[in-house]
Design a protein around this ligand. Structure first.
Ligand code: NDP
Length: 297
């Protein structure tokens, strides 16, 4: 019973912490990533349970890709959301080499089949490849007309790529850009984030936990991070998530394969950092003062 009450409390907090997409749809600021999920048959049931718990806790946005485990991740997500499809905002991604007019429809269809659904809420170009952007945008818009996807976006696009995309006839239909963003990698704050903010185009932050800190040495054990987390009785990882979604237009998609981690991540949706805490984090990890190359994994 206590557990049920706690689930309701966390889910309510996450229902209030949303990001608005260009079409007015509100999605939770905290979603769930799935890279490497579905790779190990022995972990399958616990990963499914973790994803389902995440949905119960209000992290109803699930991000996957045809690339992840070459379809295995989508299959696992399909199994996890069976019976709860309508509660989930489902995101998948197409490989660049499948994003041309001859292949995108088949790729999307294969993703739908693996996910056990008839539509994606959001379909992303995983990264920019050789297919011209006007062709990608046209293909995405066609899938939208056919009802296979409800909206589309891009991933790993820097500001110059975004400008180019928006100059194509259908490019302005792009709903968001998914890029690497965490406290230890703030390059997008210099130009990409402001460019998107001006157009009310949300950002989806991947690796919001810096892959459990491994992407940035000294992040998790930084003194300021440790002190703020200790003062608030939270973990450094929860602090990283609260920091990531502080602006109201960034969606963070931490990946967790255990229920404990999912629970901890979902609790971060209720955390609001103070101006003072943000200033201290700025001193420890200063925002960029010049253009930096887009960080990718
Ligand atoms: P994350 O930054 O989400 O870190 C994941 C790691 O953090 C895992 O080792 C996980 O462990 C651990 N973790 C999760 N929650 C906690 C917690 N509460 N406390 C301690 N450790 C925790 O890295 P990802 O690379 O997975 O990025 C997130 C998602 O973004 C991906 O899963 C994918 O969906 C997307 N992505 C998109 C990319 C793109 O090119 N568009 C590129 C990379 C990622 P455990 O698994 O044991 O729970």
């Amino acid at each position: 019973m206590a557990n049920r009450e706690a689930i309701m409390r966390i889910a309510e907090a996450n229902a209030k912490r949303t990001v608005t997409l260009p079409d007015g749809t509100r999605v939770p600021a905290l979603g769930q990533g799935t890279w490497n999920i579905g790779d190990k048959p022995g972990s399958r049931q616990s990963e499914i349970a973790a994803l389902r718990l995440g949905v119960e806790l209000g992290m109803t946005l699930i991000d996957t890709a045809e690339m992840y485990g070459e379809g295995e991740s989508e299959r696992l997500v399909g199994e996890a959301i069976a019976g709860m499809r309508d509660r989930v905002f489902l995101v998948s991604k197409v490989y660049p080499h499948n994003s041309g007019r001859d292949r995108i429809a088949a790729s999307c269809e294969a993703s739908l089949k693996r996910l056990g659904t008839d539509r994606l809420d959001l379909y992303l170009l995983h990264w920019r490849g050789r297919v011209p952007l006007d062709e990608v945008a046209e293909g995405m818009e066609r899938l939208k007309e056919q009802g296979k996807i409800l909206r589309w976006g891009v991933s790993n696009f820097d500001v110059s790529d975004m400008r180019e995309l928006f100059e194509t006839p259908k490019g302005a239909g792009c709903a968001l850009n998914q890029v690497l963003y965490h406290l230890g990698s703030r390059g997008i704050e210099y130009d990409l984030l402001p460019w998107q903010r001006e157009r009310r185009l949300p950002t989806m932050a991947y690796c919001p936990l810096a892959q459990a800190g491994s992407l940035r040495k000294g992040l998790i054990d930084n003194e300021t991070v440790r002190d703020i987390a200790a003062d608030r009785n939270i973990t450094p990882f929860q602090l990283l998530l609260a920091w990531c979604i502080r602006g109201g237009d960034v969606i963070a998609i931490p990946k967790a394969s255990s229920e404990n981690h999912v629970w901890a991540n979902a609790e971060a949706g209720a955390l609001m950092l103070t101006e003072e805490e943000l200033r201290r984090l700025d001193s420890a990890f200063p925002p960029p003062t010049r253009k930096l190359p887009l960080d990718i994994v």
